[in-house]
Design a protein around this ligand. Structure first.
Ligand code: NIG
Ligand code: FE
Length: 413
C-alpha cells in the first residue's frame, strides 16, 4: 500500500487518542508533538509520533515530504455557513458606510429579502457554479468540512432549489458537507402580514418535500426579535425533528431573543451567533450539551460587540468557531481570520481558538469521528503552514496567508 509520510514537522497540532467535546478549561489544552512525523494511507491518518521513534513507519513510506519549520494541523471545520447565494451585496455595505441602518436597508428590500430576490432569478446550475467556486476558495484557506444552510429561497421551490445545490455539493465535494434547512430565515414579502401562513408553509409543504428527497441534516430558525419568536422556533424545530432533522439555530445575534434557552430545551446540536448574552443565557448553555458557535466575523462586519467568549468558556460552555460565510453579514469564509479575530477581539487563547475551530467545529457537524483532530483513523484533511516561529504566530499575524498547502483525504489540493 502506498503511504505518504510528512516528516520533520516542527509542531504537529491537536494530536488526540480519543474524542471529547471540549468545554471550559479543556479548551485551553491543545496536545501537540514537536519534531514529529505523520503517515497517511488511503487518505486516512495511519500513524504519527516523534521523529526519533525507532523503526517509525515514516521510514518505509513511498512518498516523503519534508516539513522542516512548518506546522501541521487538522483542517478547519466550519460548522455555520450560507455558502450558496446568488449575488454579493456590496452596495448595501456602502449604504451602511454612508449611514443607513440594517432596518432601513430591510425596508428598501435589502438584506435577506434582497438575496432571496436574486436567488429566485438564478438557475440551479448557476448557483452551483458559484458555490463550487467559493468552496474551492475556502478549501485552499484550510477548510476541510463545512455546513451550508438554505434560507434565501423562502418559498417551496426556492428552498428546494438551494437544498438541491447543497446536495450536489455534498455528492461532488472532496470535503464533507452538511446541509441545514433554514426556511425560517425571515418572512417573505407575500407573508409579511401572515406569519402563521408562512410557518404553516414551512411545516406542511417545505419539510415533507425536503424529507422526501433527503435534502437536509439539520433544521435552523433565525430566532430573533422581529423574526421568529422562541415559541415559533420551537414549533418549527419540533416539526423538523419529526423528520429526523436536529436543530442548529441562530440565537441571540441582535437581542436577548430567548434562542439559547429554546435551543437548549430542544437539545439542539448548537446555538449560533451569541453576540447578545446575559448571565442566564450563559449559565443555561454551560449546563447543557449544546455547543455555542461563535461567529466573530459577522460581529466584525456588522460593527457589533463581539461574542463574550471568555465568559462562555469560563462558565464551562463548549464553544466552536465558524465563519457564517454569507453575502450580508460575513462575506468571508476565511477561518484563519476567524481564529485571529477570536484571539484579538474575544481574548481566546490560540489553543482555545484552534480547538474551537477544529474538534469542536467537527462536533457541531457531528463529524467528530472523521475529522477535527490528528487521530489515527481520521481523514487526512490537513493544513501545512508556511515556516512560522510558533503556534501563536498563526493568529498573531492576522491577514497574512500562512497556509502553504492543504491536504484533503490524502491529496494536496
Ligand atoms: O447569520 N442572521 C441571519 N442570517 C445571516 C445573515 C443573512 C444575510 O444578511 O444575508 C447571519 O448573519
Ligand atoms: Fe448565519
Amino acid at each position: 500500500m502506498a503511504a505518504t509520510a510528512i516528516i520533520n514537522i516542527k509542531l504537529l497540532v491537536n494530536t488526540r487518542g480519543e474524542n471529547r467535546l471540549l468545554r471550559g478549561g479543556d479548551l485551553a489544552k491543545l496536545p501537540c508533538i514537536e519534531n514529529a512525523f505523520l503517515v497517511i494511507e488511503d487518505g486516512i491518518i495511519s500513524s504519527y509520533g516523534k521523529m526519533d521513534t525507532p523503526g517509525s513507519p515514516a521510514e518505509t513510506a513511498t512518498n516523503i515530504i519534508d516539513a522542516s519549520g512548518q506546522l501541521l494541523l487538522p483542517c478547519w471545520c466550519d460548522s455555520h455557513t450560507h455558502l450558496v447565494f446568488a449575488a454579493s451585496r456590496e452596495e448595501e455595505f456602502v449604504d451602511k458606510i454612508r449611514g443607513l441602518s440594517y432596518a432601513e436597508l430591510a425596508e428598501r428590500g435589502g438584506g435577506i429579502l434582497n438575496s432571496a430576490e436574486k436567488l429566485h432569478q438564478t438557475s440551479e446550475s448557476e448557483l452551483l457554479r458559484q458555490a463550487w467556486r467559493r468552496l474551492q476558495e475556502v478549501m485552499l484557506l484550510g477548510t476541510g468540512a463545512i455546513e451550508i444552510k438554505s434560507g434565501y429561497g423562502l418559498s417551496v421551490e426556492g428552498e428546494l432549489k438551494m437544498l438541491r445545490v447543497i446536495k450536489k455539493l455534498k455528492e461532488t465535494s472532496p470535503i464533507p458537507v452538511k446541509a441545514t434547512f433554514l426556511g425560517a430565515h425571515t418572512y417573505p414579502v407575500a407573508y409579511k402580514d401572515n406569519h402563521q401562513g408562512y410557518i404553516d408553509l414551512i411545516i406542511n409543504e417545505m419539510l415533507p418535500a425536503i424529507a422526501k428527497e433527503k435534502l437536509a441534516d439539520y433544521i435552523d430558525v433565525f430566532c430573533e426579535t422581529g423574526f421568529f419568536s422562541p415559541e415559533e422556533t420551537e414549533t418549527i424545530c419540533r416539526a423538523g425533528m419529526r423528520y429526523g432533522l436536529k436543530p442548529k439555530i441562530h440565537a441571540n445575534q441582535l437581542n436577548l431573543s430567548g434562542g439559547v434557552q429554546t435551543g437548549v430545551k430542544l437539545g439542539a446540536v448548537s446555538v449560533d451567533h451569541l453576540e447578545t448574552m446575559d448571565e442566564e443565557a450563559v449559565n443555561t448553555l454551560a449546563r447543557s450539551t449544546t455547543i455555542g458557535t461563535l461567529l466573530p466575523s459577522a460581529a466584525f462586519f456588522l460593527r457589533m460587540p463581539f461574542q463574550p467568549a471568555r465568559k462562555l468558556i469560563d462558565a464551562g460552555c463548549a464553544v466552536a468557531l465558524a465563519s457564517d460565510y454569507n453575502p450580508g453579514s460575513s462575506p468571508s469564509g476565511n477561518m484563519n481570520l476567524v481564529v485571529s479575530m477570536s484571539c484579538i477581539q474575544m481574548k481566546m487563547l490560540p489553543e482555545e481558538a484552534i480547538n474551537a475551530a477544529t474538534l469542536n467545529g467537527a462536533y457541531a457537524m457531528e463529524l467528530q469521528d472523521e475529522l477535527g483532530s490528528i487521530t489515527v483513523g481520521k481523514k487526512a484533511n490537513l493544513i501545512l503552514t508556511k515556516p512560522v516561529p510558533s503556534l501563536a504566530y498563526l493568529p498573531y499575524s492576522f491577514g497574512s496567508n500562512l497556509v502553504d498547502k492543504v491536504m484533503i483525504a490524502g491529496e494536496w489540493v
